[in-house]
Design a protein around this ligand. Structure first.
Ligand SMILES: [Zn+2]
Length: 389
């Protein structure tokens, strides 16, 4: 009996992984993905609904056949708390196990006192966790920088090796730290057809970054530092990057520096400066040159990544698509010039990212569940008082 229960929860964990990997997965798709016939699939779905893990909605009928349902997180199911620390602000919310995020609080910061900021965010996290009670199964924090062995570096803010324990020990639940671009890539991957199982996501914000997602997850790495594409030596070899390396690609996307070269001081908010420029183009030589060289730098770097990684699809997040379209000729000249012939003959599609502004929070929510949700957690969840068969 015990082992058959364990098997049931293992299958349930597998099914819930599918609910995370695909949006609005139908009962029929679930049956295919976990390799069950319709009877056992019905039993599985019934068990998940009874355990307050999922809820069902009628699916739009795509063609002939029996009506099916789409599977969603239960409104009373487990949640992962998600915190997104950005350059000038932070957002705190909760993610259901299907990646639906509710943002509860937002705030600004000047980045000057990281320890105080992390203490304050730990308090906010505890307060939010108290509101959700035993529904909280874990938490995740995304940062625009590196999180290694519990220490945080955000070069753009001048943060080096900041101890994250006050934040990561705020809850007696597992806590995951992750890079914002990687988490956005996780959210983006589930917006595209499953057969495009290798997705390269590139983000331009105040720098460039990205991640390669294979079958819905970031590619594995020894220290969790995958996807630091901005630090490939595609840039000026004489320039030292705040990361410690020379020649980093991301230096070309230091937007405050780009603005300075056009005679503008945009140090306070370089991202808005660029965005405004793209919506109201200025035809001066300096601006045109800046736009052309950003587009060429982006195209050349993406060519290198396509050569190295051979993705099925490339998605452009943040300002990356604006950079491409502001100087489309320069982008494609650089891209095609850098591609190996084998890729030039059939390059992957390069499209604008569609996961939206909350992509980092969604990706982090999904990643927390990837980290904690297994047969053991499900058995524990189901025995916490809900009526489970
Ligand atoms: Zn670097």
């Amino acid at each position: 009996m015990a082992s058959s229960q364990a098997r049931h929860w293992r299958t349930a964990a597998q099914a819930l992984a599918m609910v995370r990997r695909r949006q609005q997965v139908t009962r029929t798709e679930l049956a295919d993905m976990v390799g069950l016939r319709s009877g056992p699939t019905s039993d599985l779905v019934k068990r998940l609904v009874q355990a307050e893990l999922i809820s069902e909605r009628s699916a739009e009928q795509a063609g002939p056949g029996r009506p099916t349902t789409t599977l969603h997180a239960s409104p009373t199911g487990p949640v992962a708390l998600v915190l997104d620390i950005r350059h000038g602000d932070w957002r705190l919310g909760a993610s259901d196990l299907d990646g639906s995020v509710t943002i509860h609080e937002v705030g600004g910061h000047d980045g000057i006192a990281p320890d105080q900021l992390l203490d304050m965010l730990a308090q906010r996290l505890r307060r939010l966790a108290a509101g959700y009670g035993d529904r909280v199964v874990g938490a995740g924090i995304t940062v625009p920088g590196l999180a290694v062995d519990g220490r945080l570096s955000m070069p753009m803010l001048g943060w080096q090796d900041i101890e994250t324990t006050p934040l990561t020990s705020a809850l007696d639940r597992p806590m995951v730290l992750g890079n914002d671009a990687t988490m956005a890539a996780v959210a983006e991957a589930r917006m595209h057809p499953a057969e495009l199982n290798s997705l390269l996501h590139i983000v331009v914000e105040v720098g460039v970054g990205g991640a390669l997602i294979a079958d819905g997850r970031p590619t594995p790495s020894a220290h969790g530092l995958h996807g630091e594409f901005g630090h490939l030596p595609f840039g000026d070899p004489a320039l030292r990057c705040p990361c410690g390396a020379k020649g980093c690609w991301t230096a070309a996307f230091d937007l405050a520096e780009v603005a300075r070269r056009t005679g503008v001081d945009a140090t306070a908010d370089p991202r808005s400066w660029l965005q405004k420029l793209y919506s109201h183009p200025d035809d001066s030589d300096a601006i045109r040159h800046a736009m052309t060289s950003l587009a060429a730098d982006l195209g050349r770097g993406i060519a290198g990544l396509i050569n190295a990684l051979d993705p099925a699809l490339v998605t452009l997040g943040g300002l990356a698509d604006l950079v491409r379209f502001a100087s489309v000729g320069a982008f494609y000249d650089a891209l095609n010039g850098g591609l190996m012939s084998a890729h030039r003959a059939r390059p992957p599609q390069i499209v604008q990212a569609i996961a939206g502004d909350d992509a980092t929070l969604v990706g982090m929510g999904l990643s927390v569940f990837d980290h904690v949700l297994d047969a053991e957690l499900l058995a524990r969840w189901a025995s916490r008082g809900a009526g489970v068969a």
